[in-house]
Write a protein of this length. Structure first.
Length: 420
C-alpha cells in the first residue's frame, strides 16, 4: 500500500480549540500541530521520522517504564519511540524522499504562481504618471504658499464688529480712513493689494449710499456691522487665490484676457472651496485661529447677506466636508474649478478645457489609486466645476446686495489680475 500524502504540519480548524494551549503528547512540550496523526512538538516529530526511516531498534535500560518529559526525552529513545506509537503516530504518514521533493516543488510552484498573480494585479493597479505626480506636487506647494492655516494675517483686518449698530457715518469714516492708509502694512506693500483694498472700501460706501435711504434708522445699519472685516477678509483671500492661480500648470500660458476672465468668475468660488478647510460640522462655523475669527452664519448676515442666499451655500459646505477630502484632492478641485472653460468672457475655450481635462484625469487617477472601491468620492464627472457649483447656490440667482458685491469683486479681481 502506497503511503498517503497528507499535511503533517497543521490541525484542521474544526479539530481543536485554538484558545486551548496545545501540548505534545510525547514529552509535554509546546505542540506545533498534528504530525503523523498525533499532536506533537517539532522535536518529537523529527525524532519519529528519523527513527522510522532508519528502522531504528532501541532498548530501554529501565524495563521500558521511563516517563518522557521535555527535559529527559533524549535519555531513553526506546521509551520515547514507544510513547510516539502509543499516542497514535504512524509511519504510513511519513513521506518518502520523492514525496517530500514533490511537496517542496508544489509549494515553490504555488509561491511562483502567487508572485505572478501579484505582479499582474500590480500591473492593473492604477498609477499616476510622472506628469500627474508633478502636477499634484506643484498644486500642493502652491496651496501651502498661498494659504496660511494659522490665519495669523487676520489680525491685520479691521476688527469684527458683532454687537451694536454701525451707522452710515461711522462706516463712511472707516472707509475713508482705510483709503488713506491703503499703502500701509494692512496686507502688503504691493500695488495690487492697494487696488483691492480701495475697491472693497468703495463697495462699503456703495452699500450705504445706494442700499440705504437718507432717513434710514441707525438700527438698519447694524446689518452691515461685519462688512468692513469680511470685506478685508475677502480682499485678502482674493489675493491668495490669484497667487494660487499663477502656479497652476498652464495658467500663465493663457492670454491675459482669459486669465482675468477666469479669475473674475471663479475667485469667490475657490475661496468657498478653501474655506471648507476651516469649516466645522459640529456647530456650522468657520474657525480661523483666534476666537474673534470664529465665524458663525449670523456673522455673514451682518455683512448684508440673506439667509436665503446662505442656506444652500452652507449645505454645500456640509456636503463637501463630509467627503473628507485629502489635501491632494482639495487642491485639484480648486484648480479644476478655476479652469472652467464656460466662464463668461473666456475666449480660448478649447485650451482651457484641455487644461481642465488633464486636471480631472489626474484627480480621477489619484482617487482610483488611493481609494479603490472605497467610500464615495468625487469621480471624473463630479470633479468638474459643474459638480462643485451648479449643484449649489454658488451659481444660483443672488440677491441684489450679493450681485452688487459680485460686480465690485469682479472689478477688484480684474485690477489685481493685471499683475499676473
Amino acid at each position: 500500500m502506497e503511503p498517503t500524502v497528507v499535511s503533517t504540519s497543521t490541525l484542521a480548524a474544526d479539530e481543536f480549540d485554538r484558545n486551548v494551549p496545545r501540548i505534545c503528547g510525547v514529552c509535554g512540550d509546546k505542540a506545533t500541530g498534528f504530525h503523523f496523526n498525533a499532536m506533537t512538538c517539532e522535536g518529537c516529530k523529527g525524532f519519529f521520522r528519523r527513527s522510522m526511516k532508519r528502522k531504528a531498534s532501541f532498548t530501554c535500560p529501565f524495563n521500558g517504564s521511563c516517563t518522557i518529559t521535555k527535559d529527559n526525552r533524549r535519555h531513553c529513545q526506546a521509551c520515547r519511540l514507544k510513547r510516539c506509537v502509543d499516542i497514535g503516530m504512524m509511519k504510513e504518514f511519513i513521506l518518502t524522499d520523492e514525496e517530500v521533493q514533490r511537496k517542496k516543488d508544489l509549494i515553490q510552484r504555488r509561491k511562483e504562481e502567487e508572485a505572478q498573480r501579484e505582479a499582474e494585479r500590480e500591473a492593473r493597479r492604477p498609477k499616476l504618471t510622472d506628469e500627474q505626480s508633478q502636477t499634484i506636487t506643484t498644486l500642493v506647494e502652491a496651496h501651502h504658499k498661498t494659504y496660511d492655516d494659522s490665519y495669523s494675517d487676520f489680525c491685520r483686518f479691521r476688527p469684527p464688529v458683532r454687537d451694536g449698530p454701525v451707522t452710515r457715518s461711522a462706516s463712511r469714516a472707516a472707509s475713508l480712513h482705510s483709503l488713506s492708509d491703503a499703502s500701509s502694512d494692512s496686507f502688503s506693500h504691493s500695488p495690487e493689494s492697494v487696488d483691492t483694498k480701495m475697491n472693497f472700501n468703495n463697495l462699503l460706501l456703495m452699500y450705504h449710499e445706494q442700499g440705504s435711504s437718507p432717513d434710514s434708522s441707525e438700527e438698519e445699519g447694524s446689518s452691515f456691522s461685519m462688512l468692513p472685516h469680511l470685506a478685508d477678509l475677502v480682499s485678502y483671500s482674493i489675493q491668495k487665490v490669484i497667487g494660487f492661480a499663477k502656479m497652476i500648470p498652464g495658467f500663465r500660458e493663457l492670454t491675459a484676457e482669459d486669465q482675468i476672465a477666469l479669475l473674475k468668475s471663479s475667485a469667490i468660488e475657490v475661496i468657498m472651496l478653501r474655506s471648507n478647510q476651516s469649516f466645522n460640522l459640529e456647530d456650522m462655523s468657520w474657525s480661523c485661529g483666534a476666537p474673534d475669527f470664529k465665524y458663525q452664519i449670523s456673522d455673514v448676515t451682518k455683512a448684508g447677506h440673506t439667509l436665503d442666499l446662505l442656506e444652500p451655500l452652507v449645505k454645500f459646505q456640509v456636503g463637501l466636508k463630509k467627503l473628507n477630502l485629502e489635501e491632494e484632492e482639495h487642491v485639484l478641485l480648486m484648480a479644476i474649478c478655476l479652469l472652467s472653460p464656460d466662464r463668461p468672457g473666456v475666449q480660448d475655450h478649447a485650451r482651457i478645457e484641455a487644461l481642465q481635462d488633464r486636471l480631472s484625469e489626474t484627480l480621477q487617477a489619484y482617487i482610483q489609486l488611493h481609494h479603490p472601491g472605497g467610500r464615495l468620492r468625487p469621480s471624473t464627472a463630479c470633479s468638474s466645476p459643474r459638480w462643485c457649483w451648479r449643484s449649489s447656490a454658488a451659481r444660483s440667482p443672488r440677491s441684489p446686495e450679493s450681485r452688487r458685491r459680485g460686480v465690485m469683486g469682479a472689478e477688484n479681481v480684474q485690477r489685481d489680475s493685471k499683475q499676473v
